[in-house]
Design a protein. Structure first.
Length: 322
């Protein structure tokens, strides 16, 4: 069995609110090997981004609490001092954020920003640093990279800015990349190009990738393995082809039924009733929206493994074998 590059066990992220403690991430566990791609999907507020930020130690320490274990190459990251985490961020683990307009500094040129990323972990002569920045832009498919170095973010299109953000994240060829919905605001053709480029970079560098998204179509085209989150918990996880073909959890089925591409022409989509829960309760958090819920769902369902798939549900749907 391939050794885990990343091992997450019972990860929790709690935020204080006026109405009590919000359990944004509640007992999340998974493993990731080098060269593997894991897609994490779910509605907004399901805990996807909080999970990615907690892995990289980006949760604001003011009042919040991060618990559990995150081991990267055998090294525990939870509780690691910020000075030590800075040695890891950008060099061994990088994150691509959803909005490049927020990730890039509007008053610095692209070249200056990439140079700062480079010099955070490596000192090079000016000419060598410039060549490294040009190469980083060329590797993500950005045309005329020399000209982009002197441009400001507002002078680039949304797709070009996202490529710059990806170039910055890949600058040091990290072993783990966390991509937080980086193609959500892009048009379909640009999105497809960036996905193809990400697949090529992962294959070339042997990096592991966590792709966070609410778009099942994107995840199914990119990731061989998928984890479905709801109210801070992983409710189903396994090979993408199996999970999406025969989902065990009603929430996964509900996400599929809500997709336009899954419906036959002339038929109405079947939305998930109710509103998403933002945190798990004592029982099954999906029970208020689930047509299969009964008294048994007052108790939190245990993790059940069925072949390569694991899920949390008292009343799972038909198995893949059936």
């Amino acid at each position: 069995m391939t050794a885990s590059l990343l091992s997450v066990r019972d990860l929790t992220v709690h935020f204080p609110t006026d109405t009590g403690v919000l359990r944004a991430v509640d007992g999340v566990s998974f493993d990731l090997a080098s060269g593997e791609i894991l897609g994490i999907v779910g509605e907004s507020g399901s805990g996807k981004s909080a999970t990615g930020s907690a892995i990289l130690g980006l949760i604001d320490a003011t009042g919040s609490r991060v618990g559990g274990s995150v081991r990267f190459e055998g090294r525990e990251l939870v509780g690691l001092p910020n000075a030590r985490m800075r040695e890891i961020r950008g060099q061994s683990i990088s994150m691509i954020f959803q909005d490049p307009g927020m990730a890039l500094n509007p008053v610095l040129t692209i070249g200056r920003q990439l140079d700062l990323v480079l010099r955070a972990h490596k000192q090079l002569p000016r000419s060598a640093a410039r060549s490294a920045c040009i190469d980083a832009l060329r590797r993500v498919g950005l045309s005329r990279p020399e000209e982009r170095l002197v441009a400001y973010p507002h002078q680039l299109s949304g797709g070009q800015r996202q490529r710059v953000a990806i170039a910055a994240a890949l600058m040091h060829r990290p072993k783990l990349i966390i991509a937080d919905e980086p193609t959500t605001a892009l048009d379909v053709s640009t999105q497809a190009q960036i996905l193809a480029e990400m697949r090529a970079r992962i294959a070339q560098d042997g990096s592991a990738l966590i792709w966070i998204s609410h778009d099942l179509a994107v995840v199914s085209s990119l990731s061989p393995r998928i984890a479905v989150m709801y109210a801070g918990r992983l409710v189903e996880e396994g090979p993408t082809a199996i999970v999406l073909r025969k989902p065990r959890h009603p929430y996964t089925r509900g996400l599929l039924d809500s997709l336009l591409g899954e419906a036959k022409p002339g038929t109405e989509l079947t939305p998930i009733p109710g509103t998403p829960a933002t945190a798990a309760d004592a029982g099954c958090s999906f029970a208020p929206r689930c047509r299969r819920a009964d008294d048994a769902c007052r108790i939190a369902p245990p993790l059940t493994r069925e072949g390569a798939v694991s899920y949390r549900c008292h009343h799972p749907l038909a198995s893949a074998a059936a």
